[in-house]
Write a protein that binds this ligand. Sequence first.
Ligand code: GLN
Length: 494
Amino acid sequence: MAQTAQDRSFFGHPRGLSTLFFTEMWERFSYYGMRALLLLYMVAPVSAGGLGFSDSDGGAIYGLYTSMVYLMTLPGGWLADRLIGPRRAVLYGGVFIAAGHFSMAAAVLPMFYLGLFLIVIGTGLLKGNVSVIVGKLYTAEDNRRDAGFSIFYMGINLGAFLAPIICGYLGQQINWHLGFAAAGVGMTLGLIQYVLGGSKLGDVGQHPAPATPDQRARWRRQAQIAGGVFFALALIIGVGAYTGTIPITARQIADAAGVLLLTVTVGFFGWLYSSSEWTAEERKRLYVIGVLFLAASLFWSVFEQAGSTLNLFAERNTATTLLGFDFPSSWFQSMNSFFLWIFAPVMAWVWVRMSAAGTEPSAPTKFGWGLVFAGLGFAILVIPASQGGQASPMWLTATYFLHTIGELVLSPVGLSAMTLLAPPRIGGLMMGIWFLATSIGNFVGGRVAGLYESFALPTLFGAVAGFSIALGIILLIAAPSIRKLMPAQVSKAA
Ligand code: GLN
């Protein structure tokens, strides 16, 4: 860390940030490039090269995949902290991810499922840990830390912006599998860059947390047993389902994942609230964490429908011609990142201004607004959905604009508030819990898309909007009382 603390060679930040910026940019390129195509490919008729799944099955598998990707950051973080260190976790993760995308480039169903499985494992190893390394570039006192994370977030969104344009075009206009292969090429470029740029990171993130040889040996055994059971089960279920010897469908696996998610969440919060190790002060903060977690899960349930419900609306009910140019419907997937690039600096400026005037809202208020904006994004779609026919592209553009504003008031604030509120000894765990909220959101977001063909669209959009706006308003009303549970410096900083 010492060698990076003084370093200002990447826009005033340690040069290692450039390595992590581009690694995550390419990883997100591969994730969002593939995600832009995933549901469309599953529900496209076989005659159009798709898998011919129903919306309901496609939505369930989409929700399963996108939620597991984020859930796996929990074991991924554990493995890095205790055994292999974040740097190696990112490397292995990238290899799994690239292999997964290339697997999906082959046009056979088992390779499709294998690819999803590999990407889930790989992202679990990479996504959380690459952010952990960003944090390690700075000392605790370094006030460049937040700005460093903002630059990193721009890298995420550069990848997320470019991916649907390239992978979406190749996948939808030429061949689905070419789109998946392009995602794999992106991750490969990211890996090459990560390895070549490794020296810029020096020793940062190279080692797991200090531990005695005994502890380490115990963790290794635990990892071997858990890993062995997990991979053996995956193999048995995968081969069994494929050969028909085990009567289980992808749909049932998706349902089981929902139960798993619920169990992990209830188990974690059950432990959090029943443990006697917290002081009265800490306990108050844990209630705030619970509220923010719930609000974040709901927010992502609406927002993450970008790749599911909204992707279907773009494909089936929106005109994809602009000034005589016919573009692939997946290009709408780039809009969130496009708006983020424009409005992230504006929002940062607004917070600075408000903070100087002493009027910056507290985290619960910001979360309330996040839910309201997410809901408004769906509310305006009720209009074109009721009119029928092909909606103007302006509607979805407006939706993504509103969703981006919601993301900007909630997402950057979220992790910072959660980590500041958590008792320091579980600070690391909080990163995983933040991704657990995203995981739940993706699961629900996939399920809602499964209702696309069974509900009238204005009803579906209206219900999502009403739900989100109502909860947002409840949170806005409750925010002043919740704020009282937060210590002064946290409610200000968050
Ligand atoms: N778009 C951001 C990313 O991919 C945040 C996603 C999320 O947490 N739901 O990292």
